[in-house]
Design a protein. Structure first.
Length: 694
């Protein structure tokens, strides 16, 4: 039995240290006790992590400790961020232990520690103030997105705005901090819209600026359109050298249609080839925005960026919301955290939400208890409440994609509201099959795909299987880059290894073999769902379309699952014709048939082909014809046997051979005239089946 040791004197008497400001690669937790740390160890750390994290704890050996991450181990980074994300700092504060720690953006897992951001440490008072969101009345809130063509400088401008508002420190390492994903860092492009709440003091007023940095590439335009639903304005960034490009126009119209205020920002004016005046004129001409409304900046150097903040406050209206109404929150994005479940990004259109509230999803009608609310600053910063007009995150124990629908409306239990319109679903353009490299990994890959599609709702997923690759999925993407990024994220964020088939685009195909019912001139009467797995379909069929092989075809198409029954529905008017089948000009009475006018040609052709296959070759040629009245609509020929009349001629005179062949041809002519073609019995059955299946 292990005995608990009493805390040593040195620990109790440890002086309170001043929080180191801006300490790099470290987390300052103030007077966090060993008890809290060890409980955290118990809750979330594996033995390896405990050992590694234990090293700096032991060496510090004080109540007041600074956790240094001892190695670039990716999993350690993940754990540290999980702890911070779980509100460790806030927890310590609520117990009166500590100053809290608000950090820079999460390090990308597996990245070298040098790329990690600087931590920013707040005083207790600052931290307490951060938790109270009631200090921002609606008129002091501005919600806006930064939109632009690819590489025109959105993320760089976002960095400057974060710095100007004191959200992050101005250091070499804080570059494109809102591009948090490893794939974004590696490729140098934004693929995921990121929200950041900035606190800004202007002329004695405290403003809350909710900024959403969006991707520029067309494959991720769904991110832009969703982000705009949480905004009242956009910063339309245009490169001073390249001018207006395709995505500039597309994004402008997205904002215009959503009736948002558009602030044109001409960026990169520091470039040698920059021509801001030309771009100003373009903007005026194409978007009808007066040139004097354009703000010329260099996001890279920080030139004139302050005036962008001014314009946001002056030109973008505050949200039109009502705090006194019952809660109405739009879920506009979400991510999955393995410890906390779904983290939903929400924009509050009405009311207030607090930790502990019972909320209902309009989509699933399920009730949840709110475990945490907060803002992204730019990382998760828990707050006491979120108020209408604000944008933040909410954790309520939702566990999967079905529960956490993007576009869903959340409201308070027993206070139902009219759901918000939500979003149009994305239309995939490129499709590819995805299979686990090893079939035993199927379930893990399934769960990884589900979690990732939660964060990227524009991907469509359908189950599929292949003889060679086994069970898998057919995924739909908005483009090739989107497909590559999704695959890369699966590998990097979920450690999944997959086989991705060659991408294809959608085709519209008419599957003649499976249109079993339509092809038989049926008219649907009704459809009744008997239970979850069975449906009853009622059709009006012409009887001659089902008598012969309909049931066989139905069984084979449905792998034996479908059953069939019919009853007489009386006579109906139809355009029918009588079709004769002729053998060497003589009608075969047994094969005379009545068919629908539109199908006469195809049935006639098929019958002739079947007869050709079924009739034995004879000494004379047989002409098989299908006719409607005197009009021949199809013809096949069965060639005659040719007896080798020259067999006995060894060498000899050519005139003798010609004489024999001529005599044979004359004999055949006579045969043709008197020829009475014998039709075997099974040919009739084959022919009847042909007629029916056409
Ligand atoms: N010279 C100069 N370069 C800039 C400026 N702003 C951004 N850049 C550079 O332009 C490149 C693209 O910048 P980003 O901020 O990533 O552009 P983005 O629009 O966010 O890119 P996507 O999100 O991928 O569309 C980077 O190399 C930046 O350093 C600027 O004001 N001047």
């Amino acid at each position: 039995m292990s005995r608990r040791r009493a805390p040593c004197r040195r620990q109790q008497a440890a002086p309170r240290r001043a929080a180191p400001s801006g300490c790099f690669r470290s987390w300052y937790l103030g007077r966090a006790t060993r008890g809290l740390l060890s409980s955290l160890h118990r809750v979330c750390l594996s033995p390896v992590h405990r050992t590694l994290l234990g090293v700096p704890l032991k060496t510090n050996g004080l109540c007041c400790c600074c956790l240094l991450v001892p190695s670039p181990d990716a999993s350690i980074a993940r754990v540290m961020w999980t702890l911070v994300g779980r509100g460790w700092g806030a927890h310590a504060l609520s117990r009166g232990w500590a100053t809290g720690a608000a950090l820079g953006p999460a390090p990308t897992f597996g990245a070298a520690p040098e790329s990690w951001p600087t931590c920013r440490v707040y005083s207790s008072a600052e931290f307490k103030e951060k938790l109270d969101m009631s200090r921002f009345p609606v008129e002091n809130i501005r919600n806006f997105s930064i939109v632009a063509h690819v590489d025109h400088g959105k993320s760089t401008l976002a960095d400057r705005l974060l710095e100007l508002t004191g959200t992050i420190d101005k250091t070499e390492n804080n570059k494109q901090v809102l591009d948090k994903l490893q794939v974004e860092r590696e490729r140098g492009i934004t693929v995921k819209a990121q929200t950041a709440s900035l606190f800004y003091n202007c002329e004695g007023k405290q403003y809350l600026l909710n900024l959403i940095d969006t991707p520029g590439h067309v494959d991720f335009s769904y991110e832009v359109s969703r982000s705009l639903s949480a905004c009242q304005g956009v910063l339309l960034v245009v490169d001073a050298n390249e001018g207006i490009q395709a995505q500039t126009v597309a994004n402008f119209f997205l904002a215009f249609e959503a009736q948002l205020s558009v602030i044109p920002v001409i960026n990169k004016i520091d470039l040698k080839n920059a021509d801001p005046e030309r771009v100003e004129n373009q903007i005026e001409k194409v978007f009808d925005i007066p040139s004097d409304e354009c703000i010329k900046i260099s996001a890279k150097l920080g030139t004139n960026v302050e005036s962008v903040l001014q314009a946001v406050i002056e030109r973008i209206p505050p949200p039109k919301v009502h705090r006194k109404n019952p809660l109405r929150a739009l879920v506009f994005d979400s991510t999955f955290d393995q410890y906390r479940g779904v983290i939903a990004n929400v924009a509050l259109f009405d009311g207030v939400v607090s930790k502990g509230d019972k909320i209902v999803s309009a989509h699933t009608q399920k009730t949840y208890e709110v475990n945490e609310v907060g803002v992204l600053n730019p990382n998760e910063q828990p707050t006491h409440k979120l108020y209408a007009g604000q944008v933040g995150y909410l954790i309520a124990g939702m566990k999967n994609v079905i529960e956490a629908q993007i576009g869903d409306t959340l409201y308070l239990h027993k206070q139902p509201v009219e759901p918000l319109p939500g979003f149009k679903s994305a239309k995939p353009m490129v499709f590819a099959g995805m299979y686990p490299v090893d079939q035993s990994e199927y379930n893990n890959l399934k769960s990884a795909i589900e979690k990732l599609t939660l964060n990227d709702s524009s991907v469509t997923v359908h189950r599929d299987s292949s003889l060679a690759l086994g069970a898998g999925w057919r995924l739909g993407f908005l483009g090739l880059l989107h497909m590559e990024v999704f695959n890369q994220r699966l590998e990097q964020e979920y450690n999944a290894s997959v086989i991705l088939t060659t991408p294809t685009v959608p085709y519209k195909a008419v599957l003649s073999s499976s249109k079993l019912i339509k092809a038989r001139r049926a008219v649907q009467k009704n459809m009744i769902f008997i239970d979850q797995n069975r449906v009853m379909l009622k059709y009006l069929f012409p009887l001659n379309e089902i008598v012969v092989d309909f049931y066989d075809s139905l069984k084979s198409l449905s792998s034996g699952y479908a059953s069939f029954d019919y009853e007489d529905a009386g006579y109906q008017t139809a355009e029918l014709v009588k079709m004769d089948i002729l053998l060497n000009g003589n009608t075969v009475e047994e094969l005379v048939t009545v068919v629908h006018k539109d199908k006469a040609h195809s049935i006639g052709k098929a019958i002739c082909e079947r007869l050709k296959d079924s009739l034995p070759r004879q000494l004379f040629e047989i002409a098989i014809q299908a006719a409607i009245g005197s009009k021949i609509i199809a013809r096949e020929t069965v060639k005659a046997y040719r007896k080798n009349v020259l067999a006995k001629c060894y060498g000899g005179d050519i005139t003798r051979k010609m004489k024999l062949l001529k005599r044979q041809a004359e004999g055949k002519k006579k045969l043709r005239k008197i020829g009475n073609v014998e039709v075997p019995k099974d040919a009739f059955i084959k022919v009847l089946k042909t007629r029916s299946s056409k």
